[in-house]
Design a binder for this molecule. Structure first.
Ligand SMILES: [Zn+2]
Ligand SMILES: [Zn+2]
Length: 394
């Protein structure tokens, strides 16, 4: 009897999951860092139907192009044969799953950028705005290619796929006021459209389809990551003030030989002392020799959140921002009138360390091992199940 009930529950959940497992589309603003007034749209993977509201304007056949030009807050649409008029908003809907298109800024030498799926265009103040309406999994492939490079191991791409998908579903309202989910810049996640064809990457996205990371109370985590932690990741509260139980500081032996493991920057002693005075860490009467003894010490064994001097302190993060250091994990050595800042790592240091992940992947760790190493007390779950349980996306 018990097994019958179990079987019924299993079948019920499976049916419900298959009903709610429709493809999830993202609305991503593309070319968001550019002011573009004229582009050509070329249908590549199949033909596209162009709509203004619900009205069909034309079909752009495969390999054919149309020209789109902004005039104040309107869009002029034309082809080599015909002018179609002026519109406030146009939708380019691909006819099938192979839909892809090329957007090329006219009168420039650029080859253009290709995207999958569909496109919406509006105009404001002589500038065109593009929203790529794209299946979540295709978007994840694009972001993994843009954020993770082209020559990594399979487990690295699996980790990066889960991270990018977690970020996307955890930030659906990041640009809600502007009518889309995410932009294509590092403000959200870098996304450069269709990527170089990379079988390992594509397989990794498929193998982790729908997988996202949640914390111990089943909330989607802030899947923070950076280039190289320098041997120790930073706790969330040391960088962003707010503690998060899964973003703790972790000793990382895997990234020490990474490309961005160490850095060096020189600053004159005078400039540094002026800076400390400006930040109220130093009075005009402080003996410089004492300052040197107390602050320019050997490399801290552990990351520090604060740079302390007498009774004052300054956040290491602030120093990093002010001097544009690669990380907030450094020591200072004095050589004559010059201070040599020897640093470790690259980036804010919170969460997952990409160069550490690359090494763990090469050493044979699984994507589950890697995610559980950098994020503490988390679970990897299916986004459809998460959605079905009505936990909802932010
Ligand atoms: Zn953004
Ligand atoms: Zn690291």
């Amino acid at each position: 009897m018990k097994s019958t009930i179990r079987h019924f529950v299993f079948v019920y959940i499976s049916v419900c999951l298959s009903l709610c497992a429709n493809a999830r589309n993202m609305r991503v603003q593309v070319q968001s860092n550019k002011m573009i007034s004229t582009v050509s749209f070329t249908a590549v993977g199949c033909s596209y139907i162009v709509y203004s509201g619900k009205k069909k304007i034309l079909t752009v056949k495969q390999n054919e192009s149309v020209k789109i030009r902004s005039v104040e807050d309107f869009i002029n649409l034309s082809s080599s044969r015909k002018k179609y008029g002026r519109f406030t908003k146009l939708k380019f809907a691909g006819k099938n799953n192979n839909a892809s298109f090329l957007l090329k800024v006219t009168d420039t030498a650029s080859e253009g950028i290709s995207y999958y799926d569909h496109l919406q265009i509006t105009a404001k103040e002589q500038s065109l705005r593009f929203i790529n309406v794209i299946d979540l999994e295709k978007y994840v492939e694009g972001t993994v290619a843009a954020e993770g490079g082209n020559n990594a191991a399979a487990e690295f791409y699996k980790v990066q796929s889960i991270i990018c998908r977690t970020y996307a579903l955890g930030h659906l309202k990041r640009h809600a006021d502007e009518g889309f989910n995410l932009c294509d810049q590092v403000h959200c996640q870098a996304y450069n459209g269709i990527w170089m064809n990379n079988r390992t990457l594509n397989d990794a996205v498929i193998a982790t389809k729908n997988k996202i990371i949640v914390d111990s109370i089943l909330e989607i985590i802030i899947a923070a990551y950076h280039s190289n932690c320098g041997g120790q990741t930073a706790a969330a509260e040391d960088v962003w003030s707010k503690p998060l139980p899964y973003l703790q500081s972790v000793q990382d032996p895997f990234c020490c030989n990474g490309l961005h493991a160490v850095w060096e920057q020189k600053i004159s002693l005078t400039d540094w002392l002026d800076y400390l005075k400006k930040k109220n860490l130093l009075s005009a009467f402080t003996d410089v020799a004492i300052i040197c003894d107390t602050t320019f010490c050997c490399f801290p064994v552990k990351r520090k959140a604060l740079f302390s001097l007498a009774n004052s302190a300054l956040a290491m993060r602030t120093i990093r921002d002010d001097w544009k250091f690669k990380s907030a994990y450094f020591t200072i050595n004095q050589v004559g009138d010059t201070l040599i800042f020897n640093g470790r790592g690259y980036g804010h240091g919170v969460g997952l360390c990409q160069e550490g992940v690359m090494q763990m992947a090469k050493l044979g760790y699984s994507f589950e091992d890697i995610i559980n190493f950098y994020y503490r007390n988390v679970s990897i779950v299916d986004a459809d199940l998460f959605s079905f349980l009505n936990l909802g996306f932010k």
